[in-house]
Write a protein that binds this ligand. Structure first.
Ligand code: NAD
Length: 311
């Protein structure tokens, strides 16, 4: 029997690998570090029927052009911004992702970042643990209860963040021109018609849109100026939705009280300007890093790729 050859170029949770290895019609190459060697991927891609990546493998036109048999590219996760969708579609290559597997992990990370930013938890931790200081006065936070949370992008993650914020007694408003008003109303969330209204009314603002031409730089200096003084900003979605330099300047000036950011325009982001900003909490794109989510994503993408290959 001719087998489908599947190449995995990044780390995928074991249950997904196991599932593929068990299939009698699959020959699997699992090389989780291969994404670091783009030249090598270019060399071997002609042998494969399917490619599975995360966000680290640039699936460019150059790579897709080299394909001989490639039928499907699977992205173990949500965002497909590392894949040239147009180039894939022009060649009849299907692109599939696992958009639901990460939802709860990213939602819970957002809540953790929100509370951390409001209560300065990472700073207090560092002060006590690393500097051995018992400084109770320095870490004066703000409460979430009674505050207005503005959610930009009320999809899977945004809506779940909204539900959780309501349990914290927050007033929740959302801006998302692509959803039905009833979806928000059902959850007790007020959908506002324009971004400006959300910017004006919110004490904390969190973005949960995909990164598109429309959402890149959706929040710049101009938008920040319209926000309340002392607003808290969160980006657990994609780097670049909030302009990094403008956020840096707003943190330095104090217009933005605190920010929490998990995603950056260029990753790894070890020399990003935001790392030098005051009152910022940063994590290295770990929004989806839970055991549960990695298992979900790996199994979902393995099944998606198998269905695509088997037609
Ligand atoms: P989703 O597709 O369910 O929701 C996105 C929502 O954004 C949709 O409702 C859409 O209508 C809305 N939207 C699109 N353009 C908009 C615009 N211009 N203005 C306002 N709203 C707009 O996606 P999701 O699963 O909720 O994921 C949201 C984001 O979180 C994505 O960027 C995804 O890549 C990111 N994410 C990050 C991590 C992480 O590790 N930090 C993990 C999972 C997802």
């Amino acid at each position: 029997m001719e087998k489908f050859k599947i190449l995995i170029t990044e780390h995928i949770a074991e249950p997904g690998i196991e599932l593929l290895r068990k299939q009698p019609d699959v020959e699997l190459t699992y090389d989780p570090e291969l994404f670091r060697n783009f030249e090598r991927i270019l060399e071997i891609i002609p042998e494969y029927d399917a490619l599975i990546t995360r966000s680290g493998t640039p699936v460019t036109e150059e790579l897709l052009e080299r394909r001989k048999k490639l039928k499907v590219v699977g992205r173990a996760g949500v965002g497909v911004d590392n894949i040239d969708l147009e180039a894939a579609s022009r060649r009849g290559i299907l692109v599939v992702n696992a958009p639901t597997g990460n939802t709860l992990a990213a939602t819970e990370h957002t809540m953790g970042m929100m509370i951390s930013a409001a209560r300065l938890i990472p700073y207090a931790h560092k002060s006590l643990k690393e500097e051995r200081k018992w400084d109770r006065k320095k870490f004066m936070g703000v409460e979430l209860a009674g505050k207005t949370l503005g959610i930009i992008g009320f999809g899977r993650i945004g809506s779940r963040v909204g539900i959780r914020a309501k349990a914290f007694d927050m007033k929740v408003i959302a801006y998302d021109p692509y959803i039905k008003r009833e979806k928000a109303e059902r959850l007790g969330v007020e959908l506002v018609d324009d971004l400006e209204e959300l910017l004006r009314r919110s004490d904390i603002i969190t973005v949960h849109t995909p990164l598109t031409d429309e959402t890149r730089n959706m929040i710049t200096k101009r938008e920040i100026e319209k926000m309340k003084d002392g607003v808290i900003l969160l980006n657990i979605a994609r780097g670049g939705i909030i302009n990094e330099r403008d956020l840096y300047e707003a943190l330095v000036s104090g217009k933005v009280r605190a920010a929490a950011v998990d995603v950056f325009t260029k990753e790894p982001a070890t020399d990003n300007i935001l790392l030098d900003a005051p009152n910022i909490i940063v994590t290295p794109h770990i929004g989806a890093n839970t055991f549960e989510s990695q298992t979900n994503v790996a199994v979902i993408i393995a099944n998606q790729v198998l269905s695509a290959l088997r037609g």
